[in-house]
Design a protein. Structure first.
Length: 227
């Protein structure tokens, strides 16, 4: 029973970070561009696979680094991890402010780059999906998730469940449109067009708000650990 409670608490702490990752506008917009292109059947699944793989790689790398830090610092580990949380939270808040300021004003270069994704083949789509996980904001969120994971007292099996949970939730806003469109493309196409228009107008703002909330929570947790 205690193992189930511990696991549920850990999943609960990862959930808001996973939601913030899921609501990131760039991978969602890239997905919609690919799904609205003639090559959606060839490229959408590789893009999704690359995105999911990069999410897993970043969170596992962050968790491994934090765990190694804990072992090397021993008695000072709690202070070091708390400081890392404060720094990560501050970086997320700064990232949110930057996204907020540019909301609704995406530069033409960014829009042009996203529009070009419709011409990608399977291998290139996989590469772009994988690279999405190494954007600054994605790295910060993955680092926050890894920090929380390494700071817990879960077993290896529970860690695997937590990482799988985090990947599934984080990638859900890409996975669901991909699967739904491949199953029923005619019904989905009008929805994809509407969703892309809405994201072009409001995506950065939504991402900024969610990232700001996560940044405040991560920073507050770090400060609380120091007190």
């Amino acid at each position: 029973c205690s193992e189930l409670v511990t696991r549920d608490l850990e999943l609960g702490s990862l959930l808001p970070i996973a939601i913030a990752m899921a609501l990131s506008s760039v991978p969602i917009t890239a997905t919609l561009v690919i799904l609205l292109s003639p090559r959606r059947r060839q490229s959408s699944i590789p893009f999704l696979a690359g995105w999911m793989l990069s999410i897993g790689v970043v969170v596992l790398a962050a968790a491994s680094g934090t765990f190694a830090l804990r072992r090397s610092l021993r008695g000072e580990q709690l202070t070091a991890i708390a400081i890392a949380g404060i720094v990560l939270g501050g970086a997320l808040i700064i990232s949110a402010i930057v996204a907020w300021r540019r909301s609704g004003h995406a530069p033409p270069a960014r829009r042009s780059w996203l529009d070009s994704l419709g011409s990608l083949g399977p291998l290139a789509a996989f590469g772009v999906g994988f690279a999405m996980g190494f954007r600054p904001k994605a790295l910060l969120l993955g680092a926050a998730a890894g920090l929380g994971l390494a700071s817990s007292s879960l077993t290896q099996r529970q860690d695997a469940i937590a990482v799988g949970f985090y990947i599934v939730i984080s990638a859900s806003t890409v996975a669901v449109p991909v699967i739904w469109t491949l199953v029923s493309p005619d019904r989905m196409e009008p929805r994809l067009v509407r969703w892309r228009g809405w994201l072009d107008r409001h995506g950065d703002l939504v991402t900024a708000v969610i990232t700001m909330i996560i940044g405040v929570v991560v920073m507050a947790a770090g400060i609380a650990d120091l007190l």
